[in-house]
Ligand binder design. Sequence first.
Ligand SMILES: NCc1[nH]cc(CCC(=O)O)c1CC(=O)O
Length: 323
Amino acid sequence: MSISDPLVLGTRGSELALRQANVVRSRLEAAGHRVELETITTRGDEATDTPISEIGDEAVFTKELDRALLQGGVDLAVHSLKDIPSTVPSGLALAAIGEREDPRDAFVAHPSFDGHLHDLPEGATVATASLRRTAQLLTWRSDLEVVPVRGNVDTRLEKLGESDWTGMVLAVAGLVRLGLSLHIRDRIDPSLIVPAVGQGALGIACREDQDALRDLLRETLHHAPSGHAANAERAFLKKVGGGCQVPLGAWAHIDDGTLVLDACIAALDGSEHYRDERRCAPEDGAAVGRKLAADLLAMGGDHILDDVLGESREGTSNSPFRP
Ligand SMILES: NCc1[nH]cc(CCC(=O)O)c1CC(=O)O
C-alpha cells in the first residue's frame, strides 16, 4: 500500500505534545512528505484533577489516538514513549522510537528556595505526579512530605509557584522540549531516582498493515540505541505488569556497546525497595528485561504488587474500544 498524501499526524493538544509532533512533522517534510496535524483530546487531558494512577487505565493518554489510527482518521500518532502502554493494541505497530532526550527526573525548586535537592530541609514538602517518584523519594528520605500534583507541565509549574511546597519533581525531557530548562535546579542522578520506562523518548505509532509507512517512519525517525534501551525497559514493564499503578522504574542505556539496564520496584511509602542492574548485548535487552523483572518480583517485588494492585491485578485492558 502506498503512503497517503498528505500524511495525517495525530497528536494530543498539549504544548508538549505539539512540540513533539512538530519535530516529527519536520523530519517527514524534510524527507519529501506533506504532513497535516490532527489534534485529538484524550481522557488524560480531560481528567486533570485525578491522579493518573487512580484513573487505572494504562492507555489514558493514547486510547483515542489508537482508535483514530485503527479507523483510518489519522495515519501516524506521536506520543511520549512513557505514555504508551507496554502492550500496543492489536492492529497497531510502534514503528519508530525517536532519539531520546535526557531521561532523568528534574528537581524544580519553589522560587523562594535557593537550595538543591540535597539541601531539602527536614520534613520538606515535594510535589510529584508519579508513584515511582514518590516511592523513590521516600526510600531516600522518609522524612519528606510527598504530595500529588497533576496537569500539563506549565500548569504544574504554576501550581508550584502558588504553593507552600519546597519543590517539585518532573521529567527533564518535558521541561527541555518546552524551552523551560531554566527551571531545572538539579538533574537527578538515576542512582537516586530510576527514571520511568521510556522517559524522554518519542514513540511513533501507525497501523500494522501499512508496510510502506512503517519503513518510512523507521528510516526517517528511528534511533537504534534509544530503540534498544526502550525494548529492554518496556519488556521489564510488561513482565511486571500494572502500568502506572506500580511504583517502578527502569532505565537502560548503551555504554561502550553494552546495554546496561537498571530497574527497581519500590513500596509507595519507601519501606521496601528491590533493585538490580544487568548488562547484555543491545539486541538482548528484551529478554534481559523480562528476566530482571522476574528476579525483582521473586526478591519481594511480588508483595509490593499485591499491595498496590489488590484485586484489580488480573484483567487490565488497553483495548481502544473498551470504555
Ligand atoms: N506523564 C506525563 C508526561 N509524559 C511525558 C512527559 C515528559 C516527557 C517525557 O518523559 O518524554 C510527561 C511529564 C512529566 O512526567 O513530567
